[in-house]
Design a protein around this ligand. Structure first.
Ligand SMILES: Cc1cc2nc3c(=O)[nH]c(=O)nc-3n(C[C@H](O)[C@H](O)[C@H](O)COP(=O)(O)OP(=O)(O)OC[C@H]3O[C@@H](n4cnc5c(N)ncnc54)[C@H](O)[C@@H]3O)c2cc1C
Length: 389
């Protein structure tokens, strides 16, 4: 890495090494110490404030990177990471530079068999621990009912089954949990209103495709930056329409794991960050096919003659995030990871006004991405264990 940077600029290679040391310190504080720790009280936030001030967490990721390196492309390459958790590098706290260090420290991993292999393994663990999983039975509503001196959560599912529980840990979108699931709770409606005023992360257009030839000369992960960086991000995060251009993340897992496609073929997905539905009122049903065609054309720099080799394709749009995952505004990463919406300021892992309601997932502390949501589960489990022994 340092050698490659030095080939462009020796002073940036030195700057990169200083940036790396900075990201290492942020990682030690922001990930190792704080990621799996709940921030239920304001005093929790006050306690970490001196460290955050020292690390200049008020600065954006981009501004921090720009302090260390001058080359425009290098600034892009070192600052885009906050997009992986739904944050605009120009607005997201420099704490998210820790992702760069995390990737260097532990590497980038891919589960053989795809992400679903990871899901299957977690399901196995859950069942071994005595958990019971009911698929295709989404929760329709939860009502709080008095049970002696305590409250029970009465759950109605999509098959009209009704059951009462002492505790609920909701992994659904936070806004959906409060607004729709706890629709009869005044406290929940207050929380939903507050969430509606917060900034929500961008959405994604994702195109999954299979080809009848094997693309082996492409990397497992490729980021294709478009001609604009700040201008494009401004339009995605602050604009009111779908930008004409795009930047892409291309994922070709068959480079690493041949089992994911028939012999001699490839499987891949490509995604483009796009504005969420509350920002740009795009008729995705109308434009998705053509938008996908434009992306495929752009991918031909990496995958020659791609348009003639795609044998199957399927897309998901912000509308799919909204309708299938109940994601507010079709946002792909929930509440945006800004400093003013992080830690204590993020929806809490334990609701202080609805006894027995706990939250996990992207909209809670610490935030989106698999490391984030697994840490939110750890923080929540600790809260439950400390209360219920
Ligand atoms: C295309 C794409 C690629 C990504 N790649 C990566 C990556 O490489 N690495 C990484 O770390 N992160 C990645 N992420 C981010 C990561 O997947 C998410 O941040 C993470 O999955 C969020 O977890 P979650 O538990 O909050 O939500 P989800 O994973 O969305 O889980 C919530 C679940 O709740 C269910 N649900 C909703 N409502 C109800 C209801 N009423 N009753 C019952 N169930 C309900 C939903 O069906 C869903 O299964 C990617 C995201 C996308 C979209």
């Amino acid at each position: 890495m340092v050698k490659q940077i030095a080939e462009r600029s020796q002073s940036d290679a030195d700057g990169y090494q200083r940036f790396f040391e900075y990201a290492k310190k942020v990682f030690a504080k922001g990930y190792t110490e704080l990621a799996d720790r709940p921030f239920g009280r304001f005093s929790d936030m006050v306690a970490v404030s001196p460290s955050l001030i020292k690390l200049r967490a008020d600065r954006s990721v981009y501004k921090t990177v720009a302090k260390y390196v001058k080359d425009d492309h290098l600034r892009q390459a070192l600052s885009f990471h906050s997009l992986l958790v739904g944050g605009n590098p120009f607005q997201t706290s420099s704490i998210y530079t820790l992702i760069h260090y995390l990737e260097r420290e532990w590497g980038v991993h891919f589960p053989k068999g795809g992400t679903h292999a990871l899901v299957r393994t977690l399901v196995k663990l859950f069942e071994e621990l005595g958990g019971e999983l009911r698929l295709s039975t989404p929760v329709k509503s939860v009502e709080l009912v008095q049970d002696g001196t305590s409250k029970k959560h009465r759950i109605t599912d999509s098959k009209d089954g009704v059951e009462e529980f002492d505790l609920v840990v909701s992994n659904a979108d936070v806004h959906h949990t409060y607004k729709k699931l706890y629709s009869s709770s005044k406290v929940a409606q207050k929380r939903a209103k507050k969430l509606e005023k917060m900034d929500w992360s961008m959405s994604l257009f994702v195109l999954y495709f299979g080809t009848d030839i094997a693309y082996d000369d492409v990397a497992h992960h490729t980021i294709l930056f478009g001609p604009r960086y700040k201008g494009l991000l401004d339009e995605i995060f602050k604009g009111k329409s779908l930008p004409d251009d795009f930047s892409l993340y291309l994922h070709v897992p068959t480079v690493t794991d041949k089992s994911l496609a028939p012999e001699g073929c490839s499987a891949a997905y490509v995604l483009a960050p796009v504005p969420h539905l509350g920002r740009a009122d795009v008729d995705w049903d109308e434009i998705a096919e053509e938008y996908g065609d434009r992306i495929i054309e752009a991918l031909e720099v990496e995958m020659p003659d791609l348009r003639n080799h795609i044998v199957t394709r399927r897309h998901i749009t912000p509308k799919t995030f909204e309708s299938e995952l109940a994601a507010f505004k079709g946002s792909a990463f929930s509440v945006a990871p800004k400093l003013t919406q992080s830690a204590y300021f993020r929806p809490s892992n334990e609701d202080s006004g609805i006894p027995g309601l706990y939250l996990v997932g992207a909209g809670t502390h610490p935030g989106a991405g698999l490391p984030g949501v697994l840490n939110s589960a750890k923080a929540t489990v600790d809260l439950i264990l400390s209360k219920y022994e």
